[in-house]
Design a protein. Structure first.
Length: 275
């Protein structure tokens, strides 16, 4: 599992971004897998040395996403979870509150990093997931350096509808609103987990009337948390937004009724649906 990452250059030039706004947490102990299964939305029992990476979510009791993050398998009953720094303390407190009678430890570490690649490496030793991998510092050699910017990475994430959930939008969205079924983040058949009742009701009763859409908008230069129509009525809640080359790339949750009418924004902004 800890074999050095590719030491020979492949023919396709790859650019990387090493996140500097993440906190790695080493989670281990006899009850580790059992405990996390009851807290997180995905099924950690499917992870192994061959399939080491997973996208996962922690939700509150009302089913809203507290954080969305990557998990890496290290060994039986040991994982690395990669949390946004501005949520790490809060999530650790949340997990430790329920883990008081379990044999499990949570240890912040500095030796692991979340890395983004603009193209999937051909020799996929680390099973890059949505262009991401969690790598130990010994696996990061001279070929893996931050040549991309945070804005570049956010643009790519938005274009493929991969949400970034941190303290600014924590507990604001339901998993279905963020298309987490599409990303196989919810394991409905693994047993109970926090927020499961609400999340399952949304899936099986089909009560959600919202849709996640990625947009490119020209002329929108200010960061906002909502989108408005020409009558200045709210038509969508913004999940993520980034400005690149004077264009706004936006991931937003729309009411389906607003989509049916066509997406027309205030101030005659030119809008293109990406996904």
């Amino acid at each position: 599992m800890f074999a050095p990452i590719i030491t020979q250059l492949v023919s396709v030039t790859m650019a990387y971004f090493i996140y500097d706004n993440m906190q790695a947490i080493d989670v281990y102990g006899h009850d580790c897998t059992h405990f996390l299964q009851g807290q997180l939305t995905n099924d950690l029992t499917v992870l192994s040395a061959e399939i080491p990476l997973q996208l996962n979510a922690l939700c509150n009791l009302k089913g809203r996403v507290i954080s969305l993050f990557f998990v890496r398998f290290i060994a039986k009953n040991r994982f690395i979870i990669m949390l946004p720094q501005n949520l790490a303390d809060r999530i650790l407190n949340e997990l430790q509150k329920y883990a008081v009678f379990s044999k499990i430890s949570f240890e912040p570490v500095k030796d692991y990093h979340l890395v983004f690649s603009n193209t999937k490496p051909r020799q996929d030793k680390h099973n890059w997931l949505f262009q991401h991998a969690i790598l130990h510092r010994n696996e990061i050699n001279s070929h893996i350096q931050s040549t991309l910017t945070w804005q570049d990475v956010q643009k790519e994430n938005i274009c493929q509808q991969l949400s970034w959930v941190d303290s600014y939008n924590s507990e604001k969205f339901l998993p279905a609103e963020l298309n987490l079924d599409q990303f196989k983040v919810i394991a409905y058949d693994k047993g109970c987990f926090k927020g499961q009742e609400v999340i399952a009701r949304m899936k099986y009763r089909g009560t959600l009337k919202k849709e996640l859409i990625s947009l490119k908008v020209e002329g929108m230069a200010e960061m906002q948390d909502k989108l408005f129509d020409p009558d200045h009525k709210v038509i969508a809640d913004i999940v993520n937004m980034v400005i690149v080359d004077n264009k706004a790339y936006i991931l937003a949750v729309f009411n389906q009724s607003n989509i049916e009418k066509g997406i027309i924004l205030a101030d005659d902004l030119k809008t293109q649906i990406i996904a």
